[in-house]
Design a protein around this ligand. Structure first.
Ligand SMILES: Nc1ncnc2c1ncn2[C@@H]1O[C@H](COP(=O)(O)OP(=O)(O)OP(=O)(O)O)[C@@H](O)[C@H]1O
Ligand SMILES: [Mg+2]
Length: 235
């Protein structure tokens, strides 16, 4: 279980995250929803060790991982697919994927996992030698998720996988995310502005508003919640 207690994140005088608590049980899909600037990305970046926390703790299976070096956190099995995708434009699809496996020593396992991600996203296999920067937005998103998977994570942190992608492809990507969770038991913390979509695939959800969790509950119940529907489901 990944557990966040009383997490605080400051940028100078800006208090971006103000004491949030969050639990991501093993094998579950948990979503963190909220609008622009709520602090979703900041939360993921703190878990990944990319930014320093100002208070509180982050533990994984009881071990304190707060402010550990990002590489150490990847080695412990927590890997993030970043917002805006951030793939390497001048590297091929294959090279991008291998970059995701850079912490691994098991070359055979890496080969198997390449085949595994290609089985999930056949489109990437068709484009194996294509430069990352020339992929479509949706394909880049698949590549970013696949690159994170190449580290063989136990916990996958996804930052807005639906961003800027056509609805049909978003549906495909989300179906893949669920299939991945079902087939491998991988734990997923999904950050989304698209609350409808996120709540349709998650087990549990948290609603973040200007650095604070204002609501939480089972995903199907949150989806029915009037406050959530008004604020995030455009009703
Ligand atoms: N490096 C930074 N320096 C200063 N302020 C920052 C920095 N990064 C984020 N912030 C601020 O912290 C707040 C939370 O930002 P964050 O990126 O976590 O939001 P978000 O929920 O991911 O939003 P979005 O949905 O737009 O991606 C925002 O007000 C943002 O301007
Ligand atoms: Mg963000």
């Amino acid at each position: 279980m990944l557990e966040i207690k009383d997490l605080q994140i400051h940028y100078g005088s800006i208090k971006a995250i103000r004491g949030i608590n969050l639990k991501v049980p093993d094998g579950s899909i948990v979503t963190l929803i909220g609008s622009n600037g709520a602090g979703k990305t900041s939360t993921l970046r703190a878990i990944s060790g990319i930014i320093k926390t100002a208070g509180g703790s982050i533990t994984y299976n009881g071990e304190n991982i707060t402010n550990l070096h990002p590489e150490k956190i990847v080695k412990m099995g927590i890997c993030q697919s970043p917002e805006g995708r951030l793939i390497f434009s001048n590297l091929t699809v294959e090279e991008n994927l291998l970059m995701g496996a850079y912490t691994r020593k098991d070359k055979e396992g890496v080969k198997d996992d390449l085949e595994f991600v290609f089985s999930f996203f056949p489109r990437l296999k068709e484009r194996i030698k294509q430069l990352g920067g020339t992929l479509s937005g949706g394909e880049q998103q698949m590549l970013a998720i696949s690159r994170a998977l190449m580290s063989k994570p136990k916990v996958l942190l996804l930052d807005e996988p639906s961003l800027g992608i056509a609805p049909l492809l978003v549906k495909t990507i989300f179906e893949k995310i669920v299939a991945l969770n079902h087939s491998t038991g991988i734990t997923i913390l999904l950050v989304e502005q698209n609350a409808n979509l996120a709540l349709s695939v998650a087990n549990y959800g948290y609603v973040l508003e200007t650095g604070e969790i204002i609501l939480e509950g089972k995903a199907d119940e949150l989806a029915k919640n009037e406050e959530v529907r008004k604020a995030y489901l455009g009703e």
